[in-house]
Write a protein that binds this ligand. Sequence first.
Ligand code: SF4
Ligand code: WCC
Ligand code: FE2
Length: 635
Amino acid sequence: MKNKISIDPAVKELLPIAKKNKISTVWDRYEVMQPQCGFGSLGLCCRICWKGPCRIDPFGGGPDRGICGADAHTIVARNLIRMMAAGAAAHSEHGRHVVLALWGVSRGRFSAYGIRDEKKLLSVAQKLDIETENRDTLKIAEEVALKTLEDFQNQDHQTACHWIKTVVTDNHFNKLKDLHVLPHNIDAVVCQIMGRTHVGCDAEPANVVLGGVKGALADLNGMVLATELSDILFGTPSPVVTSANLGVIKENAVNIAINGHNPLLSEVICSIAGEMNGDAIDAGAPAGINIIGICCTGNEVMVRHGVPLATNYLSQEMALITGAVDAMVVDVQCIMPSISEIGACFHTEVITTMDENKITGATHVSFSEESAGDTARRILGLAIEAFRRRDAKRVNIPDIKQTAMVGFGVESIVAALAKLDEKDPLKPLIDNIVNGNIQGIALLAGCNNTRSVQDRSFETIAKNLAENNVLLLASGCGAGACAKEGLMTMEATEKYAGESLKAVLTSIGNACGLGGPLPLVLHMGSCVDNSRAVNLATALANKLGVDLSDLPLIASAPEAMSEKAVAIATWSVAIGIPTHVGTIPQVTGSSIVTDLLTEGTRDLFGGYFIVEPDPASAAGKLMDIIRDKRKKLGI
Ligand code: SF4
Ligand code: WCC
Ligand code: FE2
């Protein structure tokens, strides 16, 4: 096979099998789609009203305005911020589900759930200025839930959402306030973006983009609350050793892949799977039930419970092509609609679970918090039934998996650092940044994209930055890529880290009793858990009394794809972080919007976009930024 597709050896092994079975995968469909529309790629196609579609001629000579009179800049800006609104809506819907679950639990409902991390509840309550002394746990939980729900309900434009204040420095909060981009209500801000981009509304490109920034910050707000409240309900991640890639599928087990994003159902599936192990064994699977994760549902249960990760977004179809996945259970976001058709080529039961996310051809088992336990049991039963239909002759599980030590939330990183300095845990990290042992911090985040070779950019950038002594954090499909590439191991640190980074990671690892260094890349969780990286960075900035934009800190989404990624990258810039994307954003049809994102935002927020598809060049540019930031700090 062409190695233009993926660096993942499991993918390479399975693609010929897909071909033999005449199964078309995401890469086949990408090829059929070529050449892709040039107008759309530049952001110059408008379908906002039925006078259109309209397109602007990027070379001049053709139309320079849409039928209504909108020019290239207006069209590009509107298209862009509608993507941000969709991203913010997706993350915030996820967050809404989680807060409603917490609210239900606090009122004695939803027996499948409980407060699993009371310590986290207390720390969250304190962050939200909620009284905790001598109060009943459920009462505190109720107040946390109600205060969080205000972020979806507040109608006072002058009062910002509660959660955003907890993740940015005070200084930056005031800056965002002065620029009128602080969200006051997630739903209202998303709604406002849809309204202002309707035909005949906001046509001033910079104003449109700033409206989008507010939506992106609403996205951040939704992600932070989703992460923090999920920790209360399901536990805060702590380091755990597990494995990644399709070799985690077991021939002698009932394999259930959980795919998507929202942990509400997958957590219950994981916790009651043991109950039905006997049934799986009776059905002829001596290893019982084997739960494996895909995409961010996978990341959620991986960092909390060490559930192995089968794969990340772009290769989700490959899990089915092993012929050994008995059920693929999906919830929301980044699920390929093709999976039902591929599942049907095998014995696999593809099960959708959220009423607002169905797929033609899949079996729908409707999820609700009230009956989550029964839903999970029904799904496990369907998987066991499907296993009985599995054709052993069609099973091809690549013998490929990597060890991965994962589960590095802020709490576990601070706990590890506390082994070096109990009273002041952030001090060793700061000291090592100041003395240059750690040159900077990078967050590797975001998707896979058929426009890139799957996972390659993550691998190249990670190795390159590590060699230059940059501490690496990862989330989402970026984390999945690093896990599959074996970068979440002590061995990777030994092999790829620069000498001084290696020494720091080794002293922390040894102090924690690991008998070796921390892994080269620290897995922080799913995409919503990007909020963990922000929390860590902001804690450092607060301690140093500087802004995020002063720190030698960068983010990279080298294979960005989704609307959620557009929202994330935008808030990353808006909170002051230089943010690399390796996919050319669909904005280059407008010089005004392009300049605003790569230059103008630097003056406004301190953060800006770096667009560089070549991963090695990107790593070089990111190192230059880190060195420059260090110089400005005088370190
Ligand atoms: Fe064309 Fe304007 Fe309608 Fe867009 S909003 S499709 S540019 S007429
Ligand atoms: Ni987040 Fe991108 Fe993965 Fe989906 S799961 S593909 S948005 S990084
Ligand atoms: Fe995700």
